[in-house]
Design a protein around this ligand. Sequence first.
Ligand SMILES: [Zn+2]
Length: 54
Amino acid sequence: MPTYEFECKKCGHKFNLLETIKEHDKHGEKCPQCASAEVKNLVSAVTVKTSRKS
Ligand SMILES: [Zn+2]
């Protein structure tokens, strides 16, 4: 299951959520700190490890 990273637009709290692709499509994520549904997805799937060097 991929981990998604979110940032709350209201309080700026950053958090990670483990969710399935189906759950992710529903956009039901809420900030665990202020319960706002206005969160933005920072990274789509951070479970994927790449050996890319930047
Ligand atoms: Zn928040």
